[in-house]
Design a protein around this ligand. Sequence first.
Ligand code: ARG
Length: 251
Amino acid sequence: MKKVLTLILAAVSCMTMFVGCGSKSDVADKDVLIVGTNAEFPPFEYLGDDGQPDGFDVALIKAIGEKLGKEIQMENMEFNSLVAAIGTKIDLAIAAMTVDEERAKKVDFSDNYYEAIQYVILLKDSNIATIADLEGKSIGVQLGTTGMYTAEEIKDAKVQTYNKAVDAVNDLMNGRVEAVIVDKNPAEVFVGKYPDDVKAIPGAQFEFPTEYYAIACPKGSAIVAEINKALEELKADGTFDALVAEYIGAE
Ligand code: ARG
């Protein structure tokens, strides 16, 4: 009888331990990582011909997954929902996401993997050239992005938000906004599609700050160090540069 009781007790404490572990589980222990992105931001992320997320970020996180021995499953969602979804709907986010103080209160960022800056997209014949020229103007931005925060700081700017950056560009061409503020590389891609109608002006001309992209991870997770190590290896073995060449091209 005593033996049976001991066995039961042992089994119960084992189960408690298991459940306890489960509730404190770290994404670093998972074999499959659900990675959120917003596939509307070429060349970093967009939907490929097969309808699946593709682009530099997607290729990068898959290469990192390979180094870590983990399968990567991409989850396409709105940019503005990504940070809050980490730890519930998704394990990580890679979305050309700029490291900023507010986000860093909610997530831990990996090391930076790419340098960026906001660009201003204008109609070809616009003579907006300085930050003062942007004052009081209607400016289109993607909701929840650093482009939106940049626009909000411009005096009297009427900021119009969109779920997709490309819709802001369409409204610029329709005359519904006078400027669009968006990250450099996507700005170049969008303008490249309509070179007769719009132009992209480097943010340095407007004294916008340099930004850095990083992968957003759950706070306190061991995955951050693992991702940083994988990133370092991918840089050392040439994979990172090959992905830059393939998806982004020469600067
Ligand atoms: N770098 C900007 C930010 O972090 C814009 C990123 C938008 N990314 C996207 N996949 N839509 O706010």
